[in-house]
Each structure stands twice: as C-alpha cells, then as structure tokens.
Design a protein around this ligand. Sequence first.
Ligand code: SF4
Length: 290
Amino acid sequence: MAQIQKRRSQNVTGDLYVDSTCIDCDTCRWMAPNIFHRDGSQSAVFVQPTQEKERLHALQALLACPTASIGTVNKPTEIQQVQQSLPILIAENVYHCGYHSEKSFGATSYFIQRDEGNVLVDSPRFTPPLVKQLEAMGGIQYMYLTHQDDVADHAQFQAHFGCTRILYQDDISTGTQDVELQIEGTEPYPLASDLLIVPVPGHSKGHTVLLHKHFLFTGDHLAWSAGAQRLVGFRRYCWYSWEEQIQSMRKLLDYDFDWILPGHGRRYHASLEEMPQRIKECIAEMEATV
Ligand code: SF4
C-alpha cells in the first residue's frame, strides 16, 4: 500500500499520487502516459485523471506497480472492476498480465491464450485477483521464462496450475533447479508448431526469446527505448557478453515478427516489412559501442 506520508511533493494536488518508494521501473509511465511522468529519478502524477478511461489506466498501473508505490487518498470504489480488467489485451490472443513483481525488478509478464494450452511468459506477482482471472481464461500449460532474472513467483504458479516451466539450462540456479523443462543447445527449440524458443545469449548466458506467430517475447534482450526512440539492447544491463548479444541480435533477422514484447523497456509494433530495418539499426548502434 502506498503511504500518504511518503507522497512525493512532485505530484500534482489531488487524489492519485506516487510515494517515495517508487523504484523507477517505468511501468506506470507507459501504462498511463497521460497521468504519470518521470520527475527526478522517480515517477509522479502530473495530471489527475478526469476521464473514465484515464482513471481505468491509472488504476491498472496502481495494481501493476511492483512496489505498491501508487496510491489514492480515497479508497477507489471500482477496484474490483479494475482487477477484472487485467490481463489487458494487447492484440489477438496476447495479453499484458499487469501485477509486476519487485522480485523480477518490475519486469512485464504476458499471457498467450491458445486452444492447445495457454502460456505465461515470465512471472508476474502471484496474487489472488490475477490467479482467479487466469483460471477463468483457461489456466496455464506452460510457464516460459526468458532468463534467470524474471522468474519471481514461478514456483507458486507451478504449484497452483501444475504448469510446465521452461528455462534454458545455462540460466538455472538454486531457485530454479526444479524447472520441469530445461532446454540446452544452440539451435531453436520448437515447443509447439506455433511456439519457437530461440537462444539469444548475451544479457545472460541462457537468455532465450519466444516467437509465437508474429509476436516476439524478448525478455531483456531487446526493447524499444522511449528516450532514444529506437530499438535497443541494454549494454548497461548486459551481464554476460555484449559481443554475444550482438551476434544473437543478428539471428533475429531470420524470423518474421511485427511485435516486440519485452520484459523491461517498451513494447514496439511495426510492419513486417519495417521490422528488419529497425533491427539492423539496433545492431549497427550496438556494434558502434564494442
Ligand atoms: S510502476 Fe511503481 S515503481 Fe514503477 S515507476 Fe511507477 S510508481 Fe515507480
């Protein structure tokens, strides 16, 4: 729960506020950009929501905030409806789960709804309102983990849904040693006819991305930077090998996708024709920093 005593002075006057526990994960700013902005090294409310849609987006961000740093002076009467609005549809059968976890450094988690069995991509917070919604959407067959950092409450999701967790062997640690499917090798791994796991070492040694139809789930390998206004690999957060991350980025040119859905950073949508050019620009920028 956000605390009114910790309300940041940078918030505008009104009901909604951000407190000083914000970890600057950026989530509220892309979920409700008309309401939240960055002021100093943390978020703040710069406009109070007045429209119903703005209020919905602000309250969805409140629920998504990994540190419960967003609060309202008056208890929101519609919170149950907001809980029922998550996961949020992105396109077709792909959803943003919300409920980011501090254990995953606030990473974004996604849900893919499929007739053959649903997929949870990386771990959101294990929280009753979300669990209830995921049950109603058909449960979870696979819990695909892009890499070692964004695993959060994976064990609780597995225990509740009985899903098969998937993580590349090189990213297995003590906390994930029981993961049911530990893949290895340098070749892409076809999990199903519409689910291809592609190893992309760089950010971590065992990082992979998931291709589902024309959606690419990229974890911490690749994202859109709002500041730079282009696709980026995050060198500052490259824990294994920048050279290998560049090499892994080149591999993506072998695949067709028009959505990039990252763990950190912003999502990006372009045409199938435009995407390779954006990836090539990203590679060129990365190569310039070797
Ligand atoms: S979602 Fe929460 S932690 Fe993340 S930037 Fe917003 S207020 Fe800060």
